[in-house]
Design a protein around this ligand. Structure first.
Ligand code: ACO
Length: 331
């Protein structure tokens, strides 16, 4: 039972974790696979346009909750928190195990716990920033004290391997954080946005109805429209979050943008006048893992010692919906 609180209450990341499925495909591996169907691509094209060199794909039968479990366990261990202490689970995913129940409920069961609130957030590549913001709000109001926030995707399931403009961009994986109540922030400011007028530029238009899939169940994207929108909104939301927190660009130790494309990330850093060595980059090794990309990058930077306790980190998500948002935090 969560106790009522009177003093200001904040949330803070207590531990991070992540998991990548073992099957790794370099651009050359993927190009060779696509060539079997007469689809031409090359390592050179993919690296030059996106910065991606490799991605991981889950084996058949391995779902988002399966990837979430080791990521969640690693975050719990890093936080020194027992799964039984978790009173909120939010999983950000657009590739859930099932239509329902939520992947969060399936993860809860796999963690061997029961009773706490568990639900999914669907905001595509902004999903982790959305989920973290919801968890932060619930902790601040006293509705939760220790939250497990996960981004997990098996985008390989919704890729059209006959469409070379999209299938080379994405990968599978999961990242997690344990967020706990604290007297000091932690999370300094958050902001979320959406504009459904742009729903069509990045979507999976199919749906399940009457026992059949109606419409196309594979990912469609207008890459250039996404590119233009992404750079503009990411700059604006980052500035707005800094202002809310009473901080400036020079206070940012690390920028962790959604890992979609190195050129979007470089464009965002340039607009924020941040040198590229302050940008955490994992897109080269992970590809775009949608909602998992930010927690995967965060965990990799924390575990490698790149990001140190106390440093200020800007997380930025952008993706289908169109959705976007940012979270500024002290680690
Ligand atoms: N290999 C080889 N050639 C390719 C490939 C490929 N995989 N894909 C496209 N091409 C060809 C095209 O057919 C085209 O050939 P043509 O000139 O003979 O017609 C040429 O390359 C240029 O194609 P464009 O689509 O114009 O390439 P562009 O420079 O726009 O790059 C890309 C495409 C990388 C998708 C770019 O638009 C982009 O980065 N967009 C951002 C979208 C993004 O990152 N989305 C990720 C998901 S969204 C999100 O997470 C926010």
């Amino acid at each position: 039972m969560t106790k009522p609180h009177t003093t200001p209450r904040y949330s803070r990341i207590l531990g991070t974790g992540s998991f990548l499925p073992p099957k790794r495909l370099t651009n050359a591996d993927l190009a060779a696979q696509l060539a079997l169907d007469g689809i031409e691509t090359s390592d050179e094209w993919i690296v030059e346009r996106t910065g991606i060199r490799a991605r991981h794909f889950a084996e058949a039968g391995v779902n988002a909750s399966d990837l979430s479990l080791p990521a969640a366990r690693a975050a719990l261990e890093a936080a020194g928190v027992d799964a039984a202490e978790i009173d909120l689970i939010i999983v950000a995913t657009s590739t859930p195990d099932m239509v329902f129940p939520s992947t969060a409920c399936l993860l809860q069961q796999k963690l061997g716990i029961a009773g706490c609130a568990a639900f999914d957030v669907q905001a595509v590549c902004s999903g982790f920033v959305y989920a973290l913001t919801v968890a932060d709000s619930m902790i601040k109001t006293g509705a939760a004290s220790k939250a497990l926030v996960v981004g997990a995707e098996v985008f390989s399931r919704i890729l059209d391997f006959k469409d070379r403009t999209t299938c080379v961009l994405f990968g599978d994986g999961a990242g997690a954080v344990v967020l706990g109540a604290s007297d000091t922030p932690g999370i300094l400011a958050t902001e979320l946005h959406a504009d459904g007028r742009h729903a069509g530029i990045l979507c999976v238009p199919g749906t399940v109805s009457g026992g059949q899939i109606l419409g196309d169940p594979l990912l469609k994207m207008d890459g250039q429209a996404v590119f233009k929108l992404a750079v503009g909104v990411l700059d604006k939301v980052a500035r707005s979050v800094l202002e809310k927190a009473g901080r400036s660009e020079s206070d940012i130790d690390w920028l962790i943008p959604h890992q979609a494309n190195i050129r979007i990330m470089q464009g965002t850093a340039k607009k924020l006048k941040l040198s590229l060595d302050k940008v955490v980059v994992t897109v080269d090794q992970h590809g775009n893992t949608s909602a998992a990309s930010i927690p995967l990058a965060l965990d990799s930077a924390v575990r490698s010692g790149q990001i140190k306790p106390g440093e200020t980190v800007m997380l930025e998500g952008v993706g289908g919906g169109f959705t976007w948002g940012a979270v500024l935090l002290d680690l």
